[in-house]
Design a protein. Structure first.
Length: 277
């Protein structure tokens, strides 16, 4: 199984398309849905809440179906998917962390939002971000793919998500701000890195942790606090760091990860190249 195929089974998404071409991360909708259902709710129950009971107050059947489709695109909305199950579980841990947690989940699922991360992380606190600069960032990635109107909409949606998550501030003029980071956010970032093959010290040097812009000492302290809250197991002795995630994965899912890690080794890659030759 390829690394991409394994990560897709966990819930990561890749490619050139994403929900932010049409929507922001839909924080209000997620909040309303989760308020009415427990952590073990099924995909069918969430879909029923939207399309049958109209708990999100959409004006037409078409709008309800479209909302469900966008939510599935962004979050999977299925407890059988590792990323969603973990996201839904961590959502209950700290209300203050929810906006950033939702952004983290959207980053794992939306390639378009991921493409904007470097632009956001590269801004200094207080620095102005004109919408046109975000449009340019997408145009450079996809020359001539989007019309000017589509680029404007995409940049507005992406900037809206970064604003909701605490990375930007302002309505028409956006400035870089620093989000409030909580132990649950670090726990999720470490788990995302773990699913992509990182372990030990390397867990603290992935794109998921770089998002926070924190010093290593701060990340280690937040991981320790997450451990105290039972979100993960954390051991730190001298230069050695050990992080584990009890009960996050089923036996079958652990098998997927083990297979992925085995086939990430150089000798496995060399064997794969020989087979394809």
């Amino acid at each position: 199984m390829s690394s991409t195929a394994t990560q897709q089974k966990f819930g990561f998404k890749f490619g050139r398309n994403g929900a932010h071409s049409a929507r922001t991360m839909m924080l209000a909708e997620v909040t309303e849905l989760f308020h009415g259902r427990g952590v073990d709710a099924s995909a069918a129950q969430y879909q029923e809440d939207i399309e049958l009971f109209n708990v999100l107050h959409k004006p037409t059947e078409k709008a309800r179906k479209l909302t469900w489709r966008h939510l599935v695109d962004l979050y999977a909305m299925d407890k059988e998917v590792v990323l969603f199950r973990t996201f839904r579980r961590l959502w209950e841990s700290d209300e203050r962390a929810r906006a950033l947690l939702t952004c983290q989940m959207a980053l794992a699922r939306d390639p378009l939002l991921r493409l904007s991360q470097n632009k956001i992380v590269g801004l200094a606190p207080g620095q102005l971000l004109p919408r046109e600069e975000m449009e340019q960032a997408f145009e450079e990635q996809f020359p001539d793919r989007y019309s000017p109107a589509m680029l404007k909409s995409l940049a507005q949606n992406v900037n809206g998500t970064w604003t909701n998550a605490g990375f930007l501030q302002g309505r028409s003029k956006k400035h870089r701000t620093e989000p409030d980071i909580h132990p649950v956010n670090v726990a999720f970032a470490l788990f995302l890195g773990y699913l992509q093959g990182a372990s030990g010290n390397r867990l603290f040097n992935t794109e998921w942790t770089k998002l926070f812009g924190c010093r290593l000492e701060r990340l280690l302290e937040l991981a320790r606090q997450a451990s105290y809250s039972g979100l993960l197991n954390f051991k730190h002795s001298s230069e050695v760091v050990e992080v584990t995630f009890p009960d996050y994965l089923t036996k079958e899912e652990e098998g997927w990860l083990h297979e992925y890690l085995q086939c990430s080794r150089p000798e496995c890659k060399e064997f794969a190249m020989l087979r394809s030759a």
